[in-house]
Write a protein that binds this ligand. Structure first.
Ligand SMILES: Nc1ncnc2c1ncn2[C@@H]1O[C@H](COP(=O)(O)OP(=O)(O)OP(=O)(O)O)[C@@H](O)[C@H]1O
Ligand SMILES: [Mg+2]
Length: 307
């Protein structure tokens, strides 16, 4: 079963000249982690907010667990929770109250709500500060409250719009673990992130959007196949002729001091020989989602004219 079916969804904001998203069609299979990737302004939050019933599309249809988004909005809201991109907890409420009362509002009984609240606050290292007002907590702790609220529910579908933004590396891993546990219990997750390592660790399926249009979609391994070569070499720009490099594979200039060459293992020896002779920086590594992302959407300036 599909958790989400979107057909030709478009959104044009009031007073905006162009479409924030255009003709987005995609399916999200139930029980999977689906990640939406794209540069700033690509339209991820717009799409997430539409699916989460917070924003109306300009045209197109969406069904969530076979319910029409517009006709059955109230029913759909019982199935979903969202961590909004720019959400803030209430200043005068504690972490405990945020999670506990959120669960109670959604109909959970007192004992279960208290049990869940304790578990998620322990998992996210918020238990020690459970009775402190949010206004006295750090930025990362506030972010974790929002994630905890959504993750403690029984929602069948979670929308996580950059859930780990601003979190330290240990906290990010706590969230990843909770996301994986949710998936194991059958929850469907729609995720957006700018952290490619996070996308790589969590995603089953990926859609890349650019300027409101889907440019690539598939499973994580499908998306990786976008680069046909199987190895990445980073090599100093200075002292290396781009044309020579191009004869070994595809070259991407990311603007850094090094060039990225996507090539095959069979070329490593020859190229490292050149690099050693010329005393150049030389590094071989596997191709990552980050490489695919940059090669698909990172080659042009991201000038938006939507206002
Ligand atoms: N409330 C709004 N009114 C007018 N235009 C908007 C509004 N919200 C977003 N936009 C425009 O819609 C486009 C998509 O924005 P959106 O927030 O969906 O991007 P995003 O992919 O989530 O970006 P980011 O990675 O920075 O969060 C942008 O051009 C943005 O300027
Ligand atoms: Mg966004």
């Amino acid at each position: 079963m599909n958790a989400v079916e979107a057909v030709e969804v478009t959104k044009k904001y009031k007073r905006s000249l162009s479409f924030a998203i255009s003709n987005i069609s995609l399916n999200i299979k139930s029980g999977r982690i689906f990640t939406l990737l794209g540069r700033n302004g690509a339209g991820k939050t717009t799409f997430v907010r539409i699916c989460a019933t917070q924003l109306l599309p300009t045209s197109g249809t969406i069904t969530i667990f076979n319910h029409d988004l517009i006709r059955d909005t109230e029913k759909i809201r019982n199935y979903i929770s969202i961590v909004p991109q720019e959400g803030r907890p209430l200043r005068a409420l504690t972490p405990w109250d945020h999670v506990y009362y959120w669960l109670r509002i959604r109909g959970m009984d007192k004992v279960e709500a208290a049990k869940r609240t304790k578990k998620i606050l322990l998992d996210f290292e918020l238990y020690d500060v459970r009775n402190k007002l949010a206004m006295y907590l750090s930025g990362g702790m506030k972010q974790k409250i929002l994630v905890a609220m959504a993750m403690a529910t029984d929602s069948k579908l979670l929308f996580l719009d950059e859930p780990t933004i601003g979190l330290d590396p240990v906290s990010r891993r706590q969230i990843w673990k909770a996301i994986k546990e949710k998936k194991e219990s059958g929850t469907t997750i729609m995720l957006t992130t700018h952290y490619m390592d996070e996308a790589e660790i969590l995603s089953d399926d990926i859609v890349i959007i650019d300027k409101g249009i889907v440019v690539e979609q598939g499973t994580l391994s499908d998306i990786r196949k976008n680069i046909k070569e199987n190895i990445k070499i980073e090599i100093s720009k200075s002292g290396m002729d781009v044309e020579t490099l191009k004869s070994y594979g595809s070259v991407v200039d990311t603007g850094a001091d090094t060039l990225r060459l996507f090539t095959f293992e069979s070329n490593i020896q020859e190229l490292s020989g050149i690099a050693i002779k010329r005393n150049l920086f030389f590094k071989v590594s596997p191709i990552t989602l980050d490489d695919v992302f940059v090669s698909l959407v990172g080659t042009e300036p991201n000038n938006s004219d939507s206002d």
